[in-house]
Ligand binder design. Structure first.
Ligand SMILES: Cc1cc2nc3c(=O)[nH]c(=O)nc-3n(C[C@H](O)[C@H](O)[C@H](O)COP(=O)(O)OP(=O)(O)OC[C@H]3O[C@@H](n4cnc5c(N)ncnc54)[C@H](O)[C@@H]3O)c2cc1C
Length: 602
């Protein structure tokens, strides 16, 4: 088992599911492609997960479950989604339970814990409406107060697991004139409703996640008791947005699972396929594409694992961090998957060839992740509304505050440090300008400078890290100056340029997370991680999107990273900064590629 205990559940789950390349195994690639072709909800696979008791890990320990940390959660959702995002997403609608863990009454929590743990319960999130999409306040579904409860009228659509779930979190309008207080959130237990007063909408045929229960739910004069209301009337928007902070961040787990499979199945091709008398993996251009894909995963890991731990330390900052992670990781991985398909060649498009056609399924399934739970534009918009505050806060940092910031950074990024329990009550709608990873950038740069005297990090690597780290700082300073001098307005009519500025901010954030992650874990995540060449390549890769830089920073580092990628592939380990053991796979029985070494040009 991995030395970090928080990765044990994921390791055990992957081992018990078995190798996905072995057709007979549950959720093998062959099986999940067949399920997708049939477009039928994967009941027996979901049941397998309930029998494994995975649902217990969605219920916090204080409510009688096994959930201990988001870092652990992220890892097991990732191994689930490396097999199949459809099943991963269908099972993980359980995660909406966080609304109740965060804002429910003791009775609601107990009822839900019992439903999830002992009755194989599932839930869905009913926020979107056909006519209103992202505009939650514009919704038409109403809840009219009557003695003892409310009367619901209206429809929610398109909703994942709307039909095949017992509990629906429904956002309803209780006061049309109430402005931001016009909405109320309900944990609607269908089993307690009169079946004549609610109905499910037909399955929606989709481009990806075809076997999902994509449908909707409608209410017609439907009575729901007061006991199904979450918090107070008018609090709906607040808790919907706070719940999104949790779930948006963890959409990254869906993406990272897909990224592993997209890269692994492409490697499985590139290592065996011979063209012009050479293996594809030994041709420089495809080799570089694969290395870049690996770097993208490592970068997204630093952002996501940092966020998962950050929730336990600085939940009040997640109005910013959740938007950054949801935007950055999902779109970076989408682009990465779109890049590696060039290496897979024509097989990327075929529904049977090469590993049962899993790649085309990953490509289709994964394309929804950046859209649901707040689309790319919605997340960038939420972030840019906080720019003014972020910039002000950064310019006003005091020495005492910086010392505290350093302590928090260590608690967040040092994977060996135990995490306190997550406290959802500390989530805030606005983070008051705090964003620790980027606001701690100067601390990281000072640590790098100090390393010149204290560590055995290769001199050249350290020098490059200092140069690149300072470029990140320059870009951040330029961002702050731009915001300080802009005619910034609140509201929905933001300029297209500001969306680009927000994208750059997210890229800088990821760069800062990479630096912080390396600084605090050099001695515990293995030699490849410690050497820091991947970090040089990652910072260079991120900075190249915002300023002109030479194409390559070191061919030697690229080659060493290629060797690490091949090693992880051969050993069936996750492509990750925490490369824990996956189920063993017969695809690795031919070990001849293990020595594959590109001859570097002098
Ligand atoms: C497979 C799938 C599963 C889903 N699951 C669920 C679910 O379980 N629960 C649920 O409630 N919903 C779910 N949805 C709905 C999903 O969250 C919405 O599709 C999403 O919120 C976008 O809404 P829309 O498509 O109606 O686009 P709209 O909100 O109508 O937006 C249209 C366009 O307007 C622009 N726009 C929107 N907002 C902004 C902004 N702030 N700034 C600038 N431009 C903007 C963008 O270009 C956007 O694409 C799901 C959707 C799909 C496809």
């Amino acid at each position: 088992m991995h030395q970090l205990k928080q990765y044990w559940v994921a390791e055990r789950l992957d081992k018990d599911l078995g190798d996905p390349w072995t057709p007979e195994n549950v959720m093998s690639f062959k099986q999940v492609v067949e399920i997708d072709e049939k477009e039928e909800f994967p009941h027996s696979e979901i049941e397998w997960l309930y029998n494994w008791k995975l649902q217990h890990y969605y219920v916090p320990a204080e409510c009688g479950g096994e959930f201990t940390s988001f870092e652990e959660f992220l890892a097991f959702v990732r191994v689930l989604c490396r097999r199949d995002q459809t099943i991963g997403i269908a099972f993980t609608t359980l995660f909406w339970s966080f609304i109740t863990w965060m804002a429910g009454t003791e009775e609601q929590k107990q009822q839900l814990a019992q439903y999830i743990k002992n009755e194989n319960g599932a839930m869905c999130l009913g926020y979107s409406e056909r006519e209103h999409g992202s505009d939650l306040v514009g919704g038409d579904l109403t809840a009219q107060k009557v003695p003892g409860g409310y009367i619901l009228n209206g429809e929610k659509w398109p909703i994942n697991r709307a039909t095949i779930s017992g509990i629906s979190y429904i956002l309803a309008k209780t006061d049309p004139e109430g402005g931001p207080k016009c909405l109320t959130l309900f944990m609607v237990d269908k089993r307690q409703l009169n079946p004549d007063n609610y109905y499910n909408l037909p399955k929606i045929l989709t481009h990806g996640i075809r076997a999902s229960d994509m449908s909707g739910i409608g209410f017609k004069d439907c009575f729901v008791p007061d006991s199904m209301r979450i918090k107070e009337e008018g609090d709906g928007l607040e808790f919907a947005l706070k719940g999104f902070q949790v779930t948006r961040t963890f959409c990254a787990a869906f993406s990272l699972g897909a990224a592993d499979t997209a890269l692994r199945t492409t490697l499985n091709f590139a290592i065996k396929r011979v063209v012009y008398g050479k293996k594809v993996i030994d041709i420089p251009q495809p080799r570089k594409v694969l290395v870049d894909a690996f770097l993208d995963i490592l970068i997204c890991d630093c952002e996501t694992i940092g966020a998962a731990r950050g929730f336990h330390i600085i939940p009040e900052q997640f109005s910013v961090w959740a938007s950054v992670t949801k935007y950055f990781v999902t779109t970076q991985i989408e682009t990465m998957i779109n890049s590696v398909y060039t290496v897979l060649g024509s097989r990327f498009y075929m529904r049977e060839e090469h590993d049962w056609g899993i790649f085309q399924k990953v490509l289709r399934d994964n394309s929804i992740i950046s859209m649901f739970d707040g689309s790319t534009v919605v997340n960038l918009h939420a972030l840019m509304l906080q720019f003014r505050q972020l910039t002000k806060q950064r310019s006003r940092r005091k020495p005492e505050a910086i010392a505290d910031l350093q302590k928090r950074l260590e608690a967040i990024f040092s994977l060996e440090q135990p995490l306190p329990s997550f406290n959802g009550e500390k989530l805030e709608l606005f983070g008051r300008g705090a964003d620790d990873p980027l606001q701690g950038l100067e601390i990281a740069l000072q640590q790098l400078e100090a390393f010149k005297e204290t560590t055995d990090t290769d001199e050249e690597v350290l020098e490059k890290l200092i140069v690149l780290g300072n470029l990140v700082l320059e870009e951040l300073n330029a961002h702050d100056e731009l915001i300080a001098n802009s005619k910034f307005e609140y509201g929905h009519d933001q300029s297209p340029e500001l969306f680009e500025v927000a994208k750059t901010y997210c890229t800088l954030h990821a760069a800062a997370c990479c630096l912080q992650m390396w600084l605090y874990n050099r001695t515990i995540l293995g030699d490849f991680f410690a050497q820091g060449e991947w970090l040089v390549l990652s910072l260079h890769r991120l900075l190249r999107t915002m300023r002109p830089l030479p194409y390559s920073i070191s061919d030697v580092y690229v080659e060493n990273t290629a060797q690490e990628l091949l090693k992880l592939y051969k050993e069936d380990k996750l492509f990750s900064i925490v490369p824990f053991q996956l189920a063993h796979s017969p695809i690795n029985e031919d070990r001849s590629y293990a020595t594959s070494k590109l001859q570097l040009q002098a």
